[in-house]
Write a new protein. Structure first.
Length: 78
């Protein structure tokens, strides 16, 4: 059976880090931004880690294995 092709449109919109985490651009930057402050617009420039519940779908579309990003706010049971 031939190899499955990954979704090229999605691959161009995200970045997979060396550890397998997925970073993507934030929403809300396309139009109707004149009411937003400069601080808000600059914060939308930065990339953001994709939520864990989206990784399984991204794995299927991209045809690659991804890792779950560690949650920094989670408390350990030590």
């Amino acid at each position: 059976m031939p190899k499955l092709k990954g979704h090229k449109g999605l691959a161009k919109r995200i970045k997979i880090t060396a550890n397998g985490k997925v970073k993507a651009g934030k929403r809300g930057r396309r139009h109707r931004n004149s009411h937003m402050s400069g601080d808000t617009m600059r914060s939308l420039n930065q990339k953001k880690l994709v939520h864990r519940h989206m990784l399984r779908r991204l794995e299927r579309v991209l045809g690659t294995r991804l890792h779950i990003a560690e949650d920094k706010t989670a408390k350990s049971d030590d």
